[in-house]
Ligand binder design. Structure first.
Ligand code: UDX
Length: 426
């Protein structure tokens, strides 16, 4: 199949590399010329395990191409896969400017049959709107099919998810494109879920909202455990053994961040309000998440009451381990709060040298704790679990280790005379 992927961002690039590797001819287009030029030379602008090698392999195999000629490529290819950004606006709704631009180009260039696949996360009704817009712009319905095909890729594991999906969702208006669509992906045992355009859009939002709900539930339970001096880890274990609940996404900590969960939760709420549907549960999920950082700061001030001029080290600045992505990272929000309180903040992250005014970033984790009053673990990178706590203790001025991801073996920390703090820790 010949596929034109519009948007060389995170989703566009990972999907382009995988589809090319599945044997399709893929061109990935983007208006940003410098980005396309680097990609042509095999230089990948984002970090995702395995992506660099896969892109270079498929460039060499002549199955993957990059171009900044967006219009020409959209005109030339029979399958268009839209993977442009849909960022949050101030009111929480999604900004669909880039989607509109692509639809304009499709409308002005389509004269033979095309399948138009929306991979970007878009609010319910958007794909229906794309269909109606193309009709309104004079494109005959015989000349196109719009398909809603959301992605469920986890950063850090995106290629694994592309090769081992747990489902493939296709929302369509008719059965006409299904035969072609079934040739698109490597499916394994994953079921196809065929639904309407809007149904597919809502599956994506419901998935991320549900994952966010599990995390906020875990965080609220950890608060209750904290008050009753119970270890939340035992509760998570107890919950997780019930297959109706499952253990995934029940880790308590600083809360959820990243480019998807917070944005999709806001957008879903916005879509519900537009139809006068109350979203008490979604609001509560957001509220718990928004107050997690304060909760951990309160925990810190039980041991260090006045944070002014204190030297605090934060390990892990990305929104989760295995990525260099800082978007909506709870660690960054925490660091900003520490700066507001007058702390001198030092950071270490295995992947990112944080450039933030007033923050000292270190490549060596032990160096980062030298003279610190407290160490906060904000992202559960595996490297932190294997730390030499006697080295940490000997370098620190104070003795507080606040484990804001419940990932450290507290016995090892305590053994060195350090004070281990957490929420929902016995
Ligand atoms: C998410 C969805 O998982 C993916 O299906 C979707 O396509 C994009 O959004 P991603 O943003 O890569 O993927 O991150 P994810 O692994 O879902 O984690 C999101 C946030 O939740 C992170 O900040 C993580 O630290 C936090 N989290 C996750 C918890 O706090 N507790 C958990 O138990 C799990």
């Amino acid at each position: 199949m010949r596929i034109c992927i519009v948007g060389a961002g995170y989703v566009g690039l990972t999907t382009a590399a995988a589809l090319a590797d599945f044997g399709h001819e893929v061109i990935c287009v983007d208006m940003e010329e410098s980005k396309i030029e680097s990609l042509r030379q095999g230089k990948v602008p984002i970090y995702e395990p395995g992506l660099d090698a896969l892109i270079n392999k498929n460039i060499k195999n002549n199955t993957l191409f990059f171009s900044s000629q967006v219009e020409e490529s959209i005109k030339d290819y029979p399958i268009i896969l839209i993977a442009v950004g849909t960022p949050s606006q101030e009111d929480g709704s999604s900004n669909l400017t880039f989607i509109n631009q692509v639809v304009e180009v499709i409308a002005s260039t389509t004269n033979v049959y095309k399948i138009i696949i929306t991979k970007s996360t878009v609010p319910p009704g958007t794909n229906e709107w794309i269909h109606q817009t193309l009709v309104a712009k004079g494109i005959n319905e015989d000349l196109f099919d719009v398909v809603s095909n959301p992605e469920f890729l986890r950063e850090g594991l995106a290629l694994w998810d592309l090769y081992h999906p747990n489902k493939i969702v296709f929302g369509t208006k008719t059965n006409r494109p299904l035969k072609e669509l079934k040739k698109l992906y490597v499916r394994g045992k994953a079921p196809y879920i065929f639904t309407s355009l809007t149904g597919a859009e809502l599956i994506k939002y419901a998935s991320n909202a549900f994952l966010a709900t599990k995390i906020s539930f875990a965080n609220e339970m950890a608060r209750i455990c904290d008050a009753y001096d119970v270890d939340y880890a035992d509760i998570a274990k107890g919950l997780g053994t019930d297959p109706r609940i499952g253990r995934y996404f029940l880790n308590s900590g600083l809360g959820f961040g990243g480019s998807c969960l917070p944005k999709d939760l806001s957008s879903l709420k916005h879509s519900a309000i537009r139809k006068n549907v109350e979203t008490k549960l979604l609001d509560a999920v957001r509220e718990v998440n928004d107050t997690q950082i304060k909760l951990y700061l309160n925990k810190l001030t039980t041991e260090v009451p006045d944070l002014t001029e204190k030297q605090i080290t934060v390990w892990g600045v990305t929104f989760k381990p295995g990525t260099d992505d800082l978007r909506s990272s709870p660690a960054i929000t925490l660091i900003n709060k520490l700066l507001e309180k007058g702390c001198r903040v030092h950071t270490h992250d295995p992947m990112v040298q944080l450039e933030l005014p007033g923050v000292h970033s270190h490549t060596d984790k032990y160096e980062s704790v030298t003279n610190s009053d407290a160490l906060i673990i904000a992202t559960e990178w595996p490297q932190f679990l294997e730390s030499d706590w006697s080295e940490v203790k000997s370098r620190m001025k104070g003795s507080i280790v606040l484990d804001a991801r419940n990932c450290i073996d507290e016995k090892l920390v305590r053994k060195q005379g350090l004070v281990y703090l957490g929420v929902g820790k016995q």
